[in-house]
Design a protein around this ligand. Structure first.
Ligand code: NAP
Length: 307
């Protein structure tokens, strides 16, 4: 059986594409990915998604979108796509031990948090190192924590974490922040937040088996001076990488690995393959913009199929 539309990824972009293509009677087939519902399932309150004047919990919003897509006949399977072949039609998509063939593909695999890239960071991931303050902040009540990064995410996470932590140290590799003025001002005015400038994390100290994270070895990039910081948690907030590894060589990517689409469309360089959401958007990265491009992708796929 050759599917009309195969959607890879199940965040707001993919699920909106599923709702629209299901309502166009295309019977979309969605492969959820490792994190069904996407990044919003890692958040708590979402207060800026239009239509919810009192806000809505991220996982609840995604569950509603999923039910809405299923109501119109979207077929959703649990699985992780590990290979695609867009070199000929029908397109081929492999997940687990299965293969599905498709007339059109909508890529909505989103992005994942970037890591510093040192061995001790991955060793202590989940044992004091986190990439999600909203998920793990609660565990740091009454403790000292550090946040790496100088962008909006780092400011947001540090500010949020002061609800729990006694002190939050923002470790930034330069001496000026990238974050927007309003987010900077809020963090700089918070008495619980302290800034450590021109500094990188050289090593995360502690053991996975025993006490978890016990401190950080820091390096000042200007003086080369090494110091230690006593903290029990490290939140890495240095941006995101698009989840495009399996599409390398299949569709055109930009220098940062995002799928290239023209400004007014979700078309990729392969006719019949579309991309929406954070996998093609490094600028806005909002649930509502992802949903918007998901809608565009479904409409474009439908038009392409009816040609
Ligand atoms: P970002 O703007 O790309 O900032 C990443 C920060 O991490 C930068 O300060 C960067 O340093 C630092 N960094 C990157 N790689 C590093 C490394 N290997 N080691 C140490 N530091 C490193 O990412 P973001 O903060 O996640 O924000 C992404 C987008 O989402 C932005 O457009 C932002 O405005 C938006 N956003 C908005 C909100 C909000 O409005 N509520 C919240 C979060 C994010 P340099 O400055 O030296 O490059």
């Amino acid at each position: 059986m050759i599917r009309n539309v195969v959607i890879i990824g199940s965040g707001p972009a993919g699920l909106t594409a599923a709702i629209y293509s299901a309502r166009a009677n295309l019977e979309p087939f969605m492969i959820e990915g490792k994190e069904p519902g996407g990044q919003l399932t890692l958040t708590t309150a979402v207060e800026n998604f239009p239509g919810f004047s009192e806000g809505i919990q991220g996982p609840d919003l995604m569950e509603e979108m999923r039910k809405q897509a299923q109501r119109f006949g979207a077929h959703i399977v649990n699985g992780f796509v590990h290979k695609v072949d867009f070199s000929s039609r029908p397109f081929r998509v492999w997940y687990g031990d299965e293969e599905v063939q498709a007339k059109t593909v909508i890529i909505s695999t989103g992005s994942s948090a970037k890591l510093i890239g040192i061995e001790s960071e991955s060793r202590l991931m989940g044992h004091g190192v986190s990439t999600c303050a909203t998920c793990d902040g609660f565990f740091y009540r009454g403790k000292r924590i550090a946040v790496v990064g100088g962008g909006d995410s780092a400011m947001e996470e540090a500010t949020f974490l002061t609800k729990f932590a006694t002190e939050a140290y923002v470790i930034h590799r330069r001496d000026s922040l990238r974050a927007s003025k309003i987010m900077q001002d809020r963090a700089l005015a918070n008495p619980k937040i302290k800034f450590i400038w021109d500094t990188v994390v050289d090593e995360v100290l502690g053991s996975r088996e025993k006490d978890g994270l016990t401190g950080l070895k820091l390096k000042n990039v200007k003086s080369g001076q090494i110091s230690t910081l006593d903290v029990e948690g490290l939140f890495v907030a240095i941006g995101h990488n698009p989840n495009t590894e399996i599409f390398r060589g299949q569709v055109e990517l930009d220098s940062k690995g995002y799928i290239k689409t023209p400004g007014n469309s979700t078309r990729t360089n392969v006719a019949g393959v579309f991309a929406c959401g954070d996998v093609q958007d490094s600028v806005y990265r909002q649930a509502i913009t992802a949903a918007g491009t998901g809608c565009m992708a479904a409409i474009e796929a439908e038009r392409w199929l009816s040609h």
